[in-house]
Design a protein around this ligand. Structure first.
Ligand code: A2P
Length: 303
């Protein structure tokens, strides 16, 4: 689908975007972005911590697609919550772009600047085993700074990995005068996030789904209910899952480094009501589960 959604600040965002997390091999990220833009995507999602902003930016420039036609997102890493403008400048430098369309606070948790800026989440421990979480700096402080980012460098701002409680705390804070446009979270039929999506949509915060196919192992593509619905409708399992998310007015960010899958993932269709409902019940039958970062303690602490 090349459909767009309107954000609460008036910007338009394409409902399907290319996810680039774990496209860390230099050529993979570059090729995936080129394939996506060739296939008609106009929305690319990256992050400072994905370590592929240089390749993503190169691919955007080489594509020949005018910059203003592409919606580009990057994210503030946890170790730079005190200096979002410095971090944004560094990202723009790596991307080779003048502005991003969307800048997200990657996690509602500030990590000690001197620690582990480079490491994967699961390795983020001090030598004594504790997590380098800053308890005297909250995401409300970070948001206060993000609200002041210059408009010529970033069009829209939002958050990621925020729970309903995190959002409630943010919205009621006296320093908050900008409602996040977006909350990007893990979301797929095994983690449907019904309550969070209701809360966000009621508050004009659009939801973005990362790992929409269930991440690296893509468990949903071998789920019998998904396969049945795919056969019945003459489509691929990935189409069923991505279409189910889009049908909930949620932005999807499927990741693939294979050109033919990237192209295929842009296609969505309208699920008949009974199939839509069947996909919506998979989590009840199989058990709801977070596939990424299930043991990320700082996240649990702040939920
Ligand atoms: P690959 O990059 O090797 O294609 P997500 O993180 O978006 O949930 O995706 C989960 C995994 O599913 C990705 O690692 C990706 O691997 C794979 N994938 C993406 N699109 C498709 C597809 N259309 N069919 C099969 N596998 C896919």
């Amino acid at each position: 689908s090349t459909k767009t959604l309107k954000l609460n600040d008036g910007s338009q965002i394409p409902i399907v975007g290319l996810g680039t997390w774990q496209a860390t091999d230099e050529r993979d990220a570059y090729n995936a972005v080129r394939a996506a833009l060739d296939a008609g995507y106009r929305h690319i999602d990256t992050a400072a911590i994905y370590k592929n902003e240089v390749q993503v930016g190169e691919a955007i420039r080489d594509s020949g697609v005018p910059r203003e036609e592409i919606f580009v997102t990057t994210k503030l890493w946890n170790a730079q919550h005190h200096e979002p403008e410095v971090a944004l400048d560094e990202s723009l430098q790596r991307l080779g772009l003048d502005y991003v369309d969307l800048y997200l606070m990657h996690w509602p948790v500030s990590l000690d600047k001197s620690y582990m800026k480079e490491s994967p989440l699961e390795l983020m421990k001090r030598p004594d085993g504790t997590r380098p979480v800053e308890t005297d700096w909250t995401f409300i402080n970070t948001w206060e700074l993000m609200q002041k980012l210059p408009k010529n460098k970033v069009r829209s701002i939002g958050v990621s990995n925020f729970s309903v409680n995190n959002l409630k705390d943010l919205l009621k804070a006296p320093t908050t005068n900008v409602v996040p446009t977006i909350n990007q979270v893990e979301l797929h039929p095994l983690l449907p996030q019904y309550e969070l999506v209701d809360y966000c949509q009621q508050n004009k915060i659009e939801v973005e789904a990362y790992s929409p196919l269930g991440s690296t192992s893509a468990p949903l593509l071998s789920e019998p209910i998904v396969i049945d619905v795919a056969k019945k409708n003459g489509v691929q399992p990935a189409h069923v899952v991505l279409s189910w998310i889009v049908q909930r007015n949620i932005i999807v960010l499927p990741k693939s480094v294979h050109a033919e899958r990237v192209a295929a993932n842009l296609k969505t269709f309208t699920l008949p009501e009974e199939d839509f409902d069947a996909i919506g019940k998979i989590s009840q039958q199989r058990g709801e589960r977070r596939i990424n970062n299930p043991n990320f303690e700082p996240f649990k602490t702040f939920v």
